[in-house]
Write a protein that binds this ligand. Structure first.
Ligand code: ADP
Length: 507
């Protein structure tokens, strides 16, 4: 079993691949109000590693009762003001301590991530580094971003616009970035002074639970943060409908994002911010700067994280004149993305999260073939003898707008290639989607690039690059890719409310 090969019951390491470096143990129990507890209403579920199919640890799922307890303690802490009204400098220090603890536990966080999500250890380390930076960025914002403004108003009066924490925030996150997604939600929500109840994905809850342990060590007061593993339809829905949650922040599928809008409507009209699916186009013009480098980055955009990214560049739109050359380069690139052992630091592509997701990818591939797309590379399950869940990087040629592979989010390492003849046609094909998360344009002509930037309907547009971002830049989607943004100071908007105060000064 992965757990036991990782660390036997006495805590002594037995395998280099899965060994945690410190006192850390695989622990699937929820963190409620700052302390580990046994869950009681959602049952215990085995967490299997996609790396090798072995048991990592049992995870204690939470149900409606644990959700009620966590929300009650979140509200209690918020009202007590131990965090929400504590000195800004105090909050800076606690959150900075948390980011330092995360950095100090980099190896453990990375191993947890690889074991629970199947991603390559190099990517997992990079994910920790990004999360540390995000936590530090929002920590630093606390005593620097103005908590309001003075509005210009008439007469002997003063208009104050106060920015206040919203209260109790429920965050619901997916499995593809088990540390980054919780951090993207927690860091700004806590920085703004809120209490947070986080429900990580059932497939990968361990990194978020460990993050909560570190938050307790850093000095976050009890009640301010709870992390509740549990089923989406149970714990996620209970948070969505809870009458004492003030704001919902979600990353996941568009379908479930819509469910959160319904939960809010059926309950208290709490605010909802969503980061949902995508089917992001990469548009390559004949004057693209360096075709080999372009192919390298397009492949990375489609195959990184085994394609399990909401902003994966899974649609390639290429000018007819360079389609054969670019497709050939991509086929050569794809071979360097063949799945390998996630614990090997040279591995570029690791595992798919679980058998269910693997089946879903295989189904998309079968339907695409049935609909007339041709496989230029890959198309099959890989590394079956590992016991884990792997899929080859896959490229489909001869795709058209009506195919499922062009319209639907696969959430796997599958790239669909379409050809175009004119700029106008390329833009219209790129925007022919319900989604609007990301898009890329590859060209040496800056005027054309700027025209494309303005025409592409997406929250993130990349020019001669893909999936580049910084903590200072907002990340969010247009259309059915979402509402609101993570990252950057704009993320604070989701976790704060404005209060207008009119003060009469007439004597
Ligand atoms: P993915 O497609 O990445 O698995 P989902 O949208 O299914 O994304 O899941 C993202 C998060 O939403 C997870 O934490 C999951 O448990 C939760 N979730 C799934 N279904 C529901 C639901 N019906 N109500 C509330 N939360 C849900």
């Amino acid at each position: 079993m992965a757990t036991l090969s990782a660390q036997d019951q006495s805590g002594s390491p037995t395998s280099t691949a899965h060994t945690l470096t410190t006192e850390t143990r695989w622990d699937g129990r929820p963190v409620i109000a700052g302390a580990r507890m046994e869950s009681w209403s959602g049952g215990t579920h085995p967490k299997l590693s996609p790396v090798d199919g072995e048991l990592v640890t049992p995870v204690g799922f939470c149900g409606v009762e644990e959700v009620a307890l966590a929300v009650r303690s979140a509200r209690g802490a918020f009202q007590a003001g131990t965090w929400s009204r504590s000195a800004p400098r105090h909050r800076v220090e606690v959150m900075s301590a948390l980011s330092e603890l995360m950095a100090r536990h980099r190896d453990d966080l990375a191993i947890l991530n690889t074991v629970e999500s199947g991603k390559p250890i190099g990517d997992a380390r990079a994910e920790v580094d990004r999360a540390v930076l995000t936590m530090a960025f929002f920590a630093e914002s606390i005593d620097k971003v103005a908590a309001g403004e003075v509005a210009p108003v008439a007469g002997p009066s003063m208009g104050l616009v106060l920015r206040e924490p919203v209260g109790v925030v429920a965050a619901i996150t997916p499995w593809n970035y088990p540390l980054t997604m919780p951090t993207w939600k927690l860091a700004p929500a806590l920085a703004a002074g809120n209490s947070v109840v986080l429900k990580p994905a059932e497939q990968a809850p361990l990194s978020a639970l460990y993050l909560a342990d570190l938050a307790t060590q850093a000095g976050l007061p009890p009640g301010v943060l709870s992390v509740l593993p549990g089923a989406g339809e149970v714990a996620g829905a209970a948070l969505g409908r809870h009458n004492d949650v003030d704001a919902l922040t979600f990353t996941g599928s568009t379908e479930v994002g819509k469910a959160f809008l319904r939960y809010a409507g059926e309950s208290t009209m709490k605010s909802v911010s969503l980061e949902c699916g995508g089917k992001s186009p990469q548009v390559v013009f004949p004057d693209a700067l360096d075709l080999a480098e372009t192919a390298r980055q397009i492949a990375a955009g489609a195959f990184s994280n085994a394609g399990q990214m909401c902003n994966a560049g899974s649609r390639l739109l290429v000018h007819r004149s360079i389609a054969p050359a670019l497709t050939q380069l991509l086929i050569e690139e794809a071979s360097s993305w063949r799945p390998a052992d996630p614990h090997d630091s040279t591995t570029r592509m690791g595992a798919i999260i679980d058998e269910r997701q693997l089946d879903s990818i295989a189904r998309h591939v079968a339907v695409a073939q049935h609909q007339g797309a041709t496989i230029a590379y890959g198309g099959c399950r890989a590394r079956e003898d590992s016991g884990g869940t792997y899929f080859e990087p896959t490229i489909f040629a001869n795709c058209d707008a009506e195919m499922g592979i062009v319209k639907e989010e696969v959430f796997g390492p599958v790239l669909a290639v379409q050809e175009f003849e004119s700029e106008a046609q390329a833009m219209s094909m790129a925007n022919n989607t319900d989604y609007g998360l990301a898009a890329a344009v590859w060209t040496a002509d800056m005027a054309r690039a700027h025209r494309a930037v303005r025409q592409l309907r997406a929250g993130n547009v990349y020019v001669n690059s893909f999936d580049r971002s910084a903590v200072t830049m907002p990340f969010g989607g247009h259309g059915q890719s979402g509402i609101g943004v993570d990252q950057s100071l704009h993320a604070l908007d989701k976790y704060t409310v404005l209060k207008s105060v009119w003060i009469e000064l007439a004597g």
